[in-house]
Design a protein around this ligand. Structure first.
Ligand SMILES: [Zn+2]
Length: 265
């Protein structure tokens, strides 16, 4: 038997099946699923969209009494697909794979699936679509959070300006947790471009790996104190959003837990 209120790990893949059976769903109903991709990120590592959601999920899990599912590391990369070391999974392969992962989490007894997404572009709409489908088909509650946009308020608060793809905010996020992966020596302003206004132009590959959301804002800087402050602000913002959504689902009495000895309320 496990000691009450504790388990050997919050990493789902590190649990023994007997441990898992004791925990889910009797004591843990929430799972965090990190999703990302591998694409160029200016002066940080190509896997920044994978490490960010994993680091976030690990920080959020104790506060949400959640487990962390293994990351889905390959994703639907968009306009940066031409950069060295980048991977692109076709939408037709990605959709059924992620749908099956969501189904597996539901089938294993989780009631709340929080997708902590690290990569935007075409992947966001696909994940939203899959979440809706999984919720309907498996009567499970699914929240998809794009951390950089859901918590853009934290970006403005900490840096006093908007961020960008691989901009100051995303670089700072890596600097806070994995400083050895920030390559200051590779920085040059030439890596940065503001994203074009909607409907104006599109280039494939995009001719800069740092894509600023607004011209003149979010340019990469290396401020360690701000990096740490930003990481904590994003963890708080993400945790509050997930917790608030779960509480609202409960108050609306959506998909109440089945009253059976196997899955008590
Ligand atoms: Zn990124």
């Amino acid at each position: 038997m496990l000691p009450c209120g504790a388990q050997s790990s919050r990493e789902m893949q590190e649990l023994n099946w007997r441990e898992f059976a004791e925990l889910v769903p009797a004591r843990i109903q929430t799972v965090l699923l990190p999703t990302g991709t591998i694409e160029a990120h200016g002066v940080i590592h190509n896997g920044a969209d994978n490490t960010a959601p994993v680091d976030l999920a690990r920080a959020m899990a104790p506060r949400l009494n959640a487990l962390v599912a293994p990351l889905i590391p390959y994703g639907v990369t968009g306009s940066l697909d031409g950069y060295p070391g980048t991977f692109q999974i076709s939408e037709s392969a990605y959709r059924p794979f992620v749908a099956d992962v969501l189904r597996g989490l539901a089938r294993n007894g989780f009631r709340n699936i929080i997708v902590v997404n690290g990569h935007g572009g075409p992947q966001t709409a696909i994940l939203n679509d899959l979440a809706e489908q999984a919720s309907r088909e498996h009567r499970v509650r699914v929240l998809v959070i794009n951390w950089w946009s859901a918590c853009s308020e934290a970006t403005f608060r900490v840096f006093g300006e908007d961020g960008g793809h691989a901009g100051w905010n995303e670089t700072a996020f890596t600097q806070a947790v994995r400083p050895q992966l920030v390559r200051r020596d590779l920085f040059s302003k030439d890596l940065e471009m503001p994203r074009p206004a909607a409907g104006t132009w599109a280039a494939f590959p995009f001719p800069a790996p740092v894509i600023l959301y607004q011209a003149g804002q979010g340019s990469v800087r290396f401020d360690e104190a701000k990096a740490k402050e930003y990481f904590l602000a994003v963890v708080d913002c993400m945790t509050n959003l997930a917790e608030g959504t779960i509480q609202r689902w409960d108050r609306m009495n959506l998909y109440p837990a089945a009253a059976s000895p196997a899955s008590p309320r």
